[in-house]
Design a protein around this ligand. Structure first.
Ligand code: A3P
Length: 307
């Protein structure tokens, strides 16, 4: 019980230390066993930063010559089923099985791990990494309902209050490490090697998704020709929040990873920039502003908090 209480400091929802230990083993396995190919694309994010959207866009860009928009597998499958997460392949055999994934084109995987926890094979190969982040307050605001809706294992204990979990977020107590360390790890990696890592922000995609679809395509070496303007429009339209949210598969389906089950609908909540203002007080914003300003000082990284 003591350990469980202490463990409550580890995450934003669960009071149970062991819930989160469960997430460590697959991370370690993916580090140990995953063998990146030079042509792989790794989508990396903190949860609730736009992973689903980026997966759908990248999958559509990569497969645009394999399927027309009205035959896209995204119409019947959740993006998380099409782009597997490395940490969900929890044993060696599963990781070897992914050798066959996306055999028609570059393989696409996702991960939530901090940059410094990538397997050596990702660092050493010529694979490309695309990172998307989101302003921390929208990230925090989006995560809580997601965890609550999916009733993440909590051993029957009540979830932490908003104030408690915000306090932990401010102190950097979080399953994937402090927010600022995650984003800065990828930000600095992009500065060091922009050909290896593309750094995106959810708010920028919301502002001009066509521009970023072109950037992603160029980055992975699959740039669009001038004749493909309609293809770009089709991809953007297919992947809009409204369109994806209203697909039958995303209204009713369940995504099963090896350690969790998630309702597909919970990946599509509001899809807005600035929703934090409906949940967090001006005092909370002020407190976090001070923290993030100090943590990001000198990095050049800034976030946009309203649309
Ligand atoms: P909100 O909870 O603020 O609505 P992730 O995919 O990393 O889990 O992030 C989920 C967040 O992205 C949710 O934010 C969700 O609504 C939003 N989202 C999902 N699909 C989207 C899309 N196609 N376009 C824009 N936002 C999307």
């Amino acid at each position: 019980q003591e350990r469980s209480r202490e463990g409550g400091r580890l995450c934003l929802y669960s009071n149970n230390f062991w819930t989160w230990v469960k997430f460590l083993r697959p991370i370690l396995n993916s580090q140990k066993y995953f063998k990146a190919h030079d042509t792989d694309i790794i989508i990396s994010t903190l949860p609730k930063s736009g992973t689903t959207w980026l997966k759908a866009l990248t999958y559509s860009i990569v497969n645009r010559n394999n399927y027309s928009i009205n035959q896209s597998p995204l119409l019947i499958s959740n993006p998380h089923d099409l782009v597997p997460r490395l940490e969900f392949q929890i044993n060696q055999e599963d990781l070897i099985n992914v050798e066959n994934t996306n055999s028609a084109g570059p393989r696409i995987f996702s991960t939530h791990v901090p940059y410094h926890l990538f397997s050596n094979s990702i660092h050493k190969s010529k694979c490309k990494v695309i990172y998307i982040c989101r302003n921390p307050l929208d990230h925090f605001t989006s995560l809580r309902p997601f965890l609550l809706e999916n009733e993440f294992e909590n051993d029957g204990e009540p979830p932490l209050s908003l104030d408690e979990s915000f306090d932990m977020f401010c102190r950097g107590i979080y399953p994937y490490g402090p927010f600022w360390e995650h984003v800065l790890g990828y930000w600095n990696a992009n500065l060091r090697n922009p050909d290896k890592l593309l750094f995106l922000k959810y708010e920028d995609l919301q502002q001009d998704v066509v521009l970023y679809v072109k950037k992603i395509a160029e980055f992975i070496g699959l740039g669009f020709s001038e004749e493909e303007d309609d293809v770009i429009k089709g991809i953007v339209q297919l992947c809009t929040f409204e369109n994806m949210k209203n697909l039958e598969v995303n209204k009713t389906g369940i995504f099963s990873g090896n350690i969790i089950e998630v309702k597909n609908c919970s990946f599509f909540r509001k899809g807005q920039v600035g929703d934090w203002a409906n949940y967090l007080t001006p005092e909370m914003k002020e407190k976090f502003d001070k923290i993030i300003e100090a943590k990001l000082q000198g990095s050049g990284l800034k976030f946009k908090y309203s649309a």
